[in-house]
Write a protein that binds this ligand. Sequence first.
Ligand code: G3I
Length: 373
Amino acid sequence: MIRQLSIIQTVFSILLMALMLNIQTASAQNTTPSLKETFKDDFFIGTAINAQQIQEKDSVVDNIIKQQFNAVTPENCMKAEIIEPSWNNFNFDLTDKLVAFASNNNIKVNAHNLIWHSQLPAFMYHMQSADSVKQYFEHHITTVASRYDGKVYSWDVVNEALNEDGTLRNSIFLQKLGDNYIVDAFRLAQKASPHSKLYYNDYNIEQPAKRAGAIALIKKIQTAGVRIDGVGIQGHWRYDNVPMLDIEKSIKEFSALGIEVMFTELDLGVLKNPWDNNTADVSATSKADSTMNPYKNGLPDSVAQKQAKAYADLFALFLKYKNVVSRITFWGVNDGESWLNGWPIPGRTNYPLLFDRNFQPKPAFYSVIATKQ
Ligand code: G3I
């Protein structure tokens, strides 16, 4: 009997401790400033959202998303291989949930994406004829874009179509459809989704040659009389290598075309990549290497402070151009779930975002908030 009582007591104290911890986390969240509130007069603040988060599996991250962000971009569930895994067989479940979640919480969805050379369904890799590719291209865009017309705020109509030198990437779409395929994608999206905005999205388009390619592309779409509402600069940079001057030039040059400018996949990683550049090409991978993983036991405060300064400099720039910069989206909520832990080298410990692995705001979070004070 005494033994049973002591077990009950132990279980009770564990439950009490868990409850206290939950209350503490909740109250910490209530006192944490909100990014979306702080920048509500300036631009939307977004995050990439993964399958677990769309399904609201974890209340801690769920609360953070609702408290901090007024825009979301699906990290994966709208990519072609997931939303149309086999020909004319669409899997809309997760995207329907995402749209409902966003609508219930007054959050805008940027749908990512309609046309991308990567993450294509397997059947696309066996396609030989231009006719089949054309059929897929028209049917995919029309089906997906019309289903979510007006339910999503915007589309990344075409993603990552450019090479670093500004020429068009030699994708299956360029090979089979010719160099007008991007204009055609926007034309189809405009027809299927007249009530959502249409964007071009890419990495490194702040760099001069690639930027010139993007500007030429946008002008081509405009000259064809087709709607394009904005351009997304992804923003996968390293904290000690943020190209501030090129970013500022890009904001000026892109906005001079009469379109919105957005930073759509922002993260400032702290680890070097083997090529020492800022690429975000998902196919550029390298082998596991423990010498390239210096912070596996924690981020030194000196690095966290430098990262905080880099984020603050960026947000000060975004605020300077708030009339043309319409959204800043982080590529993930916390450091633990960032794609940069697995790319380009698998199994590393990176720290690119504003919240740490325990969902606590980092120095970078507070430095971003402080740009408004
Ligand atoms: O869903 C499968 C799962 O079933 C399987 O067990 C697991 C095993 O590896 O893989 C899962 O799929 C992974 C998927 O992420 C979901 O976690 C893919 O392998 C993996 O390649 C995929 O990576 C995504 C990558 O794009 C490629 O689509 C990253 O999460 C995502 O952050 C990244 O996002 C891209 C943007 O869309 C475009 N710009 C660059 C950015 C970063 O690469």
